[in-house]
Design a protein around this ligand. Structure first.
Ligand code: NI
Length: 219
């Protein structure tokens, strides 16, 4: 048995310049259990818009996302408690999926997006339930219901306002990444009985979700 020691982890003291100076060229993705993944991230201050610091943070996040590889990454996942996420689901990756898997998930290509101080809100009550995973909960996945269509508001790196409406898989990505900025992980929203190891996911993913939910029983 171990006794976890409380850590300070005060997000209010965060200094981006200092973090960039100390960070490895490609910092590791922080794993579940870290305080930064359970804290509410801070808004990017207006004076950072258009700055080289912010550009370097975004570049690091994009590189870490692509390297993983993942379809989205939020700043807290690199240990940076700021309200920034990046997302990208390129056509080349989608081409590897079956037409059926792609259509049922509405896995539409999503060009690279960098969103600062975002808000993500549903445009419908309709939800879709599919397996998703998280680079910060490595090795697992679970069924998570998400709104099918959302609107995102935010700012780009230069501080220009951005508004996007997305549907299907991109909507799932946005909700997942936005949750990270509020200290929420998919495990807080998953159908817990569907929680599975990576090795089991291809098999489970091939079973129609309705059937699988019946087989797994009530939440
Ligand atoms: Ni995640």
């Amino acid at each position: 048995m171990t006794t976890p020691e409380p850590s300070a982890g005060d997000v209010a003291d965060f200094d981006l310049a200092d973090w960039l100076a100390r960070a490895e060229s490609l910092p590791p993705v922080v794993q579940a259990g870290a305080a930064v993944l359970r804290s509410r991230a801070l808004p990017v201050p207006a004076e950072l818009f258009g700055s080289e610091l912010l550009q370097r943070l975004a570049d690091t996040m994009i590189e870490a996302m692509r390297q993983a590889p993942g379809v989205g990454l939020a700043a807290p996942q690199l240990g940076v408690p700021l309200r920034v996420f990046v997302a990208e689901d390129p056509e080349e990756r989608l081409a590897q999926l079956s037409e059926r898997a792609r259509a049922s998930r509405e896995r539409n290509a999503l060009p690279l997006v960098v969103l600062l101080n975002p808000s993500v809100s549903p445009l419908t009550d309709e939800t879709a339930t599919f397996f998703e995973g998280c680079l910060s909960v490595r090795g697992y996945g679970a069924l998570v219901p998400r709104y099918r269509k959302v609107e995102a508001h935010g700012w780009d790196l230069q501080g220009r306002p951005l508004r996007m409406r997305v549907q299907g898989w991109p909507a799932r990505i946005f909700q997942h990444e936005f949750d990270h900025l509020n200290g929420t992980l998919y495990v807080d929203r998953m159908l817990s009985r569907s929680f599975a190891t990576e090795a089991e996911l291809p098999r489970l993913g091939a079973i129609p979700v309705d059937q699988l939910m019946r087989e797994l029983g009530p939440r």
